[in-house]
Design a protein around this ligand. Structure first.
Ligand code: GTP
Ligand code: MG
Length: 207
């Protein structure tokens, strides 16, 4: 998919404040610092569309970007951010889960996972929750450039094995590097195909 326009629309504190749900929407979620905002920038071919930081906890609101004037890309706050108080962490979790459960036009959630780590409980629990809640999702491994190719492959295989302990099949999996712009075309291709399907089938989120 060619990106003709990408513009920041607004930051929202809760799902009720998000833009009218009239266009298909795709959201990025994952642990704080996993690289959500960086991957959005890489996909859009822009440096600072979404704000990034070396310090976890940068994105604290729901950020909407309008792409090619016909779909939304959404940057969510990270989950599992350890350095805030327990009650604030709960508030973030509520914000995220409420958004996911209530956003009518959310077509697919991309769950980002740092390729360098072994399967982590917090990610597994989140993926489990998506399944139980009937939320369509894909898995996106990030920061591929930080690992040797074989070690990266091993980690992906470990993840798949862990997922297959509880799932019958595997979701779509993308392997990316925001730094080297790898895997971004594949994600955009999926979004493009899905948007075309929604248009052909006249899916109306207002209905
Ligand atoms: P929060 O908003 O805090 O939840 O974080 P985030 O998931 O949006 O992460 P962000 O994009 O801000 O990136 C966190 C750090 O990881 C930054 O220092 C990025 O430069 C770095 N980073 C992100 N993606 C990549 C990547 O593909 N390769 C490398 N080498 N670094 C990356
Ligand atoms: Mg961010």
């Amino acid at each position: 998919m060619q990106i003709k326009t990408a513009e920041f629309v607004k930051s929202s504190q809760k799902w009720q404040e998000c833009p009218e749900p009239t266009l298909p929407e795709y959201a990025f979620i994952g642990r704080s610092n996993v690289g959500k905002s960086s991957l959005i920038n890489a996909m859009m071919g822009r440096k600072d569309l979404a704000k990034t930081s070396q310090t976890p906890g940068k994105t604290q609101l729901i950020n909407h970007f309008l792409v090619n004037e016909n779909w939304y890309l959404t940057d969510l706050p990270g989950y599992g951010y350890a350095k805030v108080s327990k009650s604030l962490r709960k508030d973030f979790e509520k914000l995220i889960t409420n958004y996911i459960l209530n956003r009518k036009n959310l077509v697919n959630l991309f769950v980002l996972i740092d390729i360098r780590h072994n399967p982590q409980k917090i990610d597994m629990e989140f993926i489990e929750w998506c399944g139980e809640s009937g939320i369509p999702f894909s898995i996106v491994f990030t920061k591929l450039d930080k690992m040797k190719p074989n070690a990266a492959k091993d980690n992906v295989e470990k993840y798949k094995a862990e997922l297959l302990k509880t799932w019958d099949g595997l979701p779509e999996i993308y392997i990316t590097s925001a730094e080297k712009k790898e895997g971004t075309e594949e994600i955009l291709g999926f979004i493009g195909k899905t948007n075309a399907f929604l248009i052909n089938n006249k899916v109306d989120f207002n209905g």
